[in-house]
Design a protein around this ligand. Structure first.
Ligand code: MN
Length: 131
């Protein structure tokens, strides 16, 4: 197959302060068609999002320095992020959380602990919906 026939890589930013969760996500996604970027707290996530302009952002809700809700709010105020796929990662998934996440500007959410078998499909399904 010629290089030009390859599906272009998508740039994916993972914003997660927990090292184990971050490494797990990277391990699951690294052999797929993503260029992966890591951020370690909310401020770092916001800065890297603006600098790198990722196609997809996996954004933890509970983060040092700036929480996920604050980060998504800041991003959605910028016109270049109006249509970026931003998915919340949350360990506290309860009834009503999805609605809250959608209202805040997330396209959807993935609950933790991350399921290694379904994560790639979860991301792809959200990507299809937002095209
Ligand atoms: Mn966290």
């Amino acid at each position: 197959m010629k290089e030009t026939e390859k599906v272009p890589e998508k740039k994916l930013l993972i914003v997660e302060d927990n090292q184990d969760s971050r490494e797990l996500v990277i391990k699951i996604l690294k052999n797929r068609n993503y260029q992966l970027i890591e951020a370690f707290d909310g401020e770092d996530g916001l800065e890297k999002a603006i600098a790198e302009q990722p196609d997809i952002i996996l954004l933890d809700i509970s983060l040092p320095k700036m929480g996920g809700y604050e980060v998504v709010k800041n991003l959605r105020l910028r016109k270049e992020f109006k249509h970026t796929l931003i998915i919340a990662l949350t360990a506290h998934a309860m009834k009503g959380d999805e609605e809250k996440a959608l209202k805040a500007g997330f396209n959807g959410y993935i609950s933790k602990p991350i399921n290694v078998h379904v994560l790639p499909d979860q991301i792809e399904n959200y990507a299809k919906k937002t095209i």
